[in-house]
Design a binder for this molecule. Structure first.
Ligand code: NAG
Length: 301
C-alpha cells in the first residue's frame, strides 16, 4: 500500500504485482467493487469504496478511500464493542449475500477501522488506548465470488475456513457466516479460536469446542482419509490431542451479556451449512436488540 496526497485528499492505493494470477485477482476485485459500490450509492453499507483504478507499467493500481488500522491490531474487544462492530459487519456482508456474492475471506485483518484516532484513558491506574470510533469497513474483495461463477474448492484463510470447505462438500454464502463466527470469537478471546495449520487437527479442534461432527457430513465427504467408522479419525491419546485439548475448550458462558453473544455464536458455528443461521436472521438475534432500539427501523433495509 502507498499513500498519496491529492488536492488535500488522502487515499490508499493498492499496487498489484505484475504477475498473471495477481492481475486476475485484481481485475476481479475491481469488477466486484464497481458492482457493490454502485448498488450502494449512499454508502449505507460498510464495504470499502473504490475511488478509481489505473495501470502503471503493468501494475494494476486500485485507489481506495483511506481507512485506519485493522481490527486485528486492537484485539480483544468487550461484548459491547463486539455488538457495535458485528452489527455493521453483518449488515455489510448481508448486503453482499443479497446481491449473490460470497466474500470467502473474512478475517480480522480484512475488517478495518474507518479511523485509527485514539485517546488515552486511565482505568485503575492503567493507561489504555481507546479508539474514538468503532466504525468499521469490510475490505479485500479479490476472492469474492458471484453465485454464477466457478467456486474454487479451497477458499478462506485456514483459521476461518468452514467445515464444508475442509470436507469438500461445496459451499455458498453460509461459509461467510462460519468465518464471521470465528472472527467474533477472536474479537472476544483476543486470539484465534482454532490455532492450527492442518485440516485434520482443525476438525479435531472444532470437535473440542463444538462437539462431534454430524456423521451425515462425514459420510458425504470425499475426504475419506479424515474419517474412520463415520467418525473423525482422531487419536484421543496422542500428543497432538494434548495440544488440541489445551488450546480448544468448550464454549462456556459467564455473564448474561456473554450468554447472548455465545448463543448467537453457537448458531453461526453450526457444522451443517443447511442449518446454520443466515446473516439476515442473525441481525434479528436478541444480541442485537440494543442496536435495534438505538437506531431507526430502516437500518435493516
Ligand atoms: C447454501 O447451502 C446450504 C446447504 O447446501 C443450503 O441449505 C442453503 O439454502 C444455501 N444458501 C444459499 C443462500 O443458497
Amino acid at each position: 500500500y502507498l499513500f498519496l496526497v491529492d488536492r488535500d485528499e488522502h487515499v490508499a492505493v493498492k499496487v498489484v504485482r505484475n504477475i498473471e494470477c495477481f492481475r486476475n485477482v485484481a481485475k476481479s476485485e475491481i469488477s466486484v467493487l464497481e458492482e457493490i459500490n454502485s448498488l450502494d450509492d449512499d454508502n449505507r453499507f460498510a464495504c470499502v469504496r473504490m475511488l478509481d483504478w489505473f495501470e502503471h507499467e503493468g501494475h494494476i493500481c486500485i485507489v481506495f478511500e483511506l481507512l485506519g488500522v485493522s481490527t486485528f491490531e486492537f484485539l480483544p474487544f468487550s461484548v459491547e464493542q463486539i455488538r457495535q462492530m458485528a452489527f455493521q459487519i453483518f449488515r455489510a456482508v448481508c448486503f453482499l449475500h443479497r446481491n449473490k456474492l460470497t466474500h470467502t475471506d473474512l478475517k480480522p485483518e480484512n475488517i478495518l477501522f474507518v479511523s485509527s484516532a485514539y485517546d488515552y484513558e486511565t482505568v485503575k491506574r492503567w493507561r489504555r488506548l481507546t479508539l474514538r470510533s468503532l466504525d468499521v469497513k469490510v475490505v479485500d474483495f479479490g476472492t469474492a465470488t458471484f453465485d454464477h461463477e466457478h467456486h474454487e474448492s479451497l477458499i478462506s484463510t485456514r483459521h476461518y475456513r468452514a467445515p464444508e470447505v475442509i470436507l469438500d462438500l461445496g459451499w455458498n454464502q453460509s461459509c461467510d457466516v462460519w468465518s464471521l463466527g470465528c472472527v467474533l470469537m477472536e474479537f472476544y478471546l483476543g486470539c484465534t479460536l482454532f490455532p492450527t495449520h492442518s485440516s485434520k487437527e482443525h476438525l479435531a479442534m472444532m470437535e473440542k469446542v463444538l462437539g462431534p461432527i454430524p456423521p451425515h457430513l462425514l459420510r458425504q465427504t470425499r475426504k475419506q482419509h479424515y474419517v474412520l467408522h463415520e467418525r473423525l479419525d482422531w487419536d484421543e491419546q496422542s500428543s497432538t490431542d494434548d495440544y488440541v485439548r489445551t488450546h480448544c475448550k468448550p464454549l462456556k458462558k459467564a455473564s448474561e451479556d456473554e450468554r447472548q453473544l455465545f448463543d448467537l455464536l453457537g448458531c453461526m458455528l453450526e457444522y451443517d451449512a443447511c442449518r446454520r443461521i443466515t446473516l439476515e436472521e442473525a441481525l434479528w438475534h436478541p444480541f442485537f436488540g440494543p442496536m435495534r432500539t438505538k437506531k431507526s427501523k430502516n437500518c435493516f433495509t
